[in-house]
Design a protein around this ligand. Structure first.
Ligand SMILES: [Mg+2]
Length: 254
């Protein structure tokens, strides 16, 4: 099914140059700002779980996002917002069922500096760009199309969950997707992974790929540091600048 969908992309010539530099990037965090989606789901779940006339403390978006980036559990966020522990558990369940649903994905926005960076990478003959994301295909295809991001990713460089794949933990799924990418794609001289979560870092380190964590996503520096990425930088633009400085392809990207 996914192969059929992927045919929607424009085919580009296959590079088999082993001197290529390959950059994998996660989608949510490095490229897409998902904070508004997460906040809208939070507001909706809170409303669904509270009793009529129950006093709650609705967090501001920045308060909510700070907790989220510090990896505070959903049930705890519910309780901080005034729910009982039992309501907090229901809140967490409801949130999990809705966070990746299509009605809320419309709140996501591309990070402007990320788009500018992708445009620069597109102009480089030495960079092979791929995306590895926990999104299902239907959740990836729509934003790629709607935000004019499809032009940056070849059909055979998009690694995501198929629409009917069972979902395991993010770390398990991302590590598996990266293994598949590394097995299927022609070998290159250097590979880097850019991501915003522990799953991105663990997947990269499991496969001896250099990991750059970015702070433009859903985790803060303290959380990311626990997983010991090779580098932590602000965003995709800074990550690509760092690769340009540190890789054996120095200065080729900018
Ligand atoms: Mg992410």
């Amino acid at each position: 099914m996914i192969r059929d969908s992927l045919q929607l992309f424009t085919k580009a010539p296959v590079h088999r140059d082993e001197s290529m530099l390959r950059i994998f990037t996660d989608f949510d965090g490095p490229i897409m700002d998902v904070s508004e989606r997460y906040y809208q789901v939070y507001l909706w779940c809170l409303k669904q779980c509270q009793q009529p006339h129950q006093a709650t403390k609705v967090l501001s978006k920045s308060e909510f996002w700070q907790l989220k980036r510090a990896f505070v559990r959903e049930s705890k966020i519910g309780q901080i917002s005034g729910l009982t522990p039992e309501q907090g558990r229901k809140f967490a369940l409801l949130r999990r069922e809705n966070i990746h649903s299509l009605p809320y994905l419309v709140y996501d926005r591309p990070i402007p500096s990320a788009v500018a960076t992708l445009e620069r990478l597109q102009d480089s003959d030495d960079v092979d760009l791929g995306v590895i994301t926990m999104r299902r295909w239907r959740e990836l295809e729509i934003p790629l199309e709607q935000n004019r991001l499809k032009r940056f990713f070849r059909c055979d460089r998009c690694y995501c969950l198929q629409n009917d794949d069972p979902k395991n933990t993010d770390t398990e799924d991302k590590t598996r997707l990266m293994k598949r990418a590394l097995t299927e794609l022609p070998p290159v001289r250097e590979t880097w992974m850019i991501g915003d979560t522990e799953a991105d870092i663990v997947a990269a380190k499991t496969h001896d790929v250099r990991a750059i964590a970015v702070l433009s996503g859903i985790r803060d520096r303290d959380r990311l540091q626990q997983f010991e990425p090779d580098y932590i930088v602000q965003d995709l633009a800074a990550a690509v600048a760092l690769i340009s400085e540190r890789s054996t392809f120095s200065k080729l990207l900018l």
